[in-house]
Design a protein around this ligand. Structure first.
Ligand code: ASP
Length: 315
C-alpha cells in the first residue's frame, strides 16, 4: 500500500485576520477539518480518490459558509446558479455541470455525468433535467437562501458590478471584501490514483449565464495519474485564459517540473502576469501535496497517511 493524501480548499481572496471574528474563524476551521476527515476516512478504508474528494466536497457544499451548494452566491436575477466538475486521473474520465439550479450537491451531479452519461459537460436546464432523471437530490430555493449572501448581493444588484473588468473600482472592492469562496478537493489514493473536484456558485451578481473556470476541465479542475490533480479558486476568467490546471500538468509532463515548481510557475508568474488573483491545491502520484496562493488567504487543509494534518487560512 502506497502513501495517500487529501487536500481541500474553501476559496481564496483577500481574507485577512483583522477582518475575521474568532467565532467565524473557528467555524471555518471546524468546517475544513470535518471535510478533510470525511475524505481521509474514505482513503483510510482503501476507498478511491474520486470517492474521497466527493465526500469532502459534499460537506463543504452543505455548509452555508462556502460559495457552493447551500451557500452559493446570488446572480443578477437573485437566484443561485452553480457550477461543478470532477475528474478521475486514472482514465481521464470527467463530468461537469454549469448553471444548474436547486441541485443540493452539484458535485454529485457532476459525478453522475462522469459515470452515467455519454457526455462530459452539461449546462442549464438540460443538466437539471438529467439530475431529475437520475434521481439527484433537489432542494427548494429557500434552502439556498442565506442572509449573508443576500445582503452581499443586495449591495450591488442595482449596479453593473458584476463585470470582471479589472479596472472597475467597485468590482475590485467587491472582490476584496467578499472573497471568492469556491470549494475544491484533490486526492491521491493508496493505489496511486489521482482525482480532482471543484464546486462553486461563481461570482455574486453574475449575469448573461456567466460560467467561471471551476467546471471547465483543464482550467479550474484537472487530474491525470501521470502528473497531478489540481483544483483552483480565484478570478475565474484568468484561470480560463491561462488554462491553469492543465498547465501545471503540462509543466510536470513536458518539463519535468515538480508539483510545487509547476504550481508556483502558474500561480505566481503566469496568473499574476495577467492580474489573476487566487490559488490552487494539488497532489501528485506519490501523494506529495502543494497549496499555492497569490492572494492574502485561502481556506485550505491537508491530511495524509504519514500522519501530517493541517488546516490554515492566511498566507
Ligand atoms: N473561480 C470561481 C469562478 O470564477 C470563483 C472562486 O474561485 O471562488 O467562478
Amino acid at each position: 500500500m502506497k502513501n495517500f493524501s487529501i487536500v481541500i480548499h474553501g476559496g481564496a481572496g483577500t481574507i485577512l485576520k483583522e477582518d475575521m471574528s474568532p467565532e467565524l474563524e473557528s467555524a471555518y476551521f471546524k468546517a475544513l477539518q470535518a471535510s478533510l476527515d470525511a475524505g481521509f476516512a474514505v482513503l483510510e478504508k482503501g476507498g478511491t480518490a474520486v470517492n474521497a474528494i466527493k465526500a469532502s466536497i459534499v460537506i463543504l457544499e452543505d455548509n452555508v459558509l462556502f460559495n457552493a451548494g447551500r451557500g452559493a452566491v446570488f446572480t443578477k436575477k437573485g437566484v443561485q446558479e452553480m457550477d461543478a466538475a470532477i475528474m478521475d486521473g486514472s482514465d481521464l474520465s470527467a463530468g461537469a455541470v454549469a448553471s444548474v439550479r436547486n441541485v443540493r450537491n452539484p458535485i454529485v451531479l457532476a459525478n453522475e455525468v462522469m459515470r452515467n452519461s455519454n457526455h462530459v459537460f452539461l449546462s442549464g436546464k438540460g443538466a437539471n433535467d438529467f439530475a431529475i432523471k437520475q434521481g439527484i437530490k433537489l432542494e427548494p430555493d429557500e434552502y439556498f437562501y442565506s442572509a449573508f449572501r443576500y445582503d452581499q448581493w443586495k449591495a450591488i444588484r442595482d449596479s453593473d458590478n458584476y463585470s470582471l473588468d479589472h479596472t472597475n473600482h467597485h468590482l475590485e472592492e467587491l472582490l476584496r471584501d467578499k472573497k471568492f469562496g469556491t470549494v475544491g478537493a484533490v486526492a491521491c489514493d493508496a493505489d496511486g490514483n489521482l482525482a480532482a473536484a471543484t464546486s462553486t456558485g461563481g461570482m455574486t451578481n453574475k449575469k448573461y449565464g456567466r460560467i467561471g473556470d471551476s467546471p471547465v476541465i483543464g482550467c479550474g479542475t484537472y487530474a491525470n495519474n501521470k502528473t497531478c490533480a489540481i483544483s483552483c479558486t480565484g478570478h475565474g476568467e484568468m484561470f480560463i485564459r491561462t488554462v491553469a490546471a492543465y498547465d501545471v500538468s503540462c509543466l510536470m509532463e513536458y518539463k519535468n517540473f515538480t508539483l510545487q515548481q509547476a504550481m508556483d510557475e502558474v500561480v505566481n508568474k503566469k496568473l499574476l502576469n495577467i492580474g489573476g488573483e487566487g490559488g490552487m491545491i494539488g497532489v501528485d502520484a506519490n501523494a506529495n501535496h502543494a497549496m499555492v496562493l497569490n492572494s492574502a488567504g485561502m481556506y485550505r487543509g491537508i491530511k495524509n497517511s504519514k500522519g501530517f494534518s493541517e488546516v490554515s487560512i492566511y498566507k
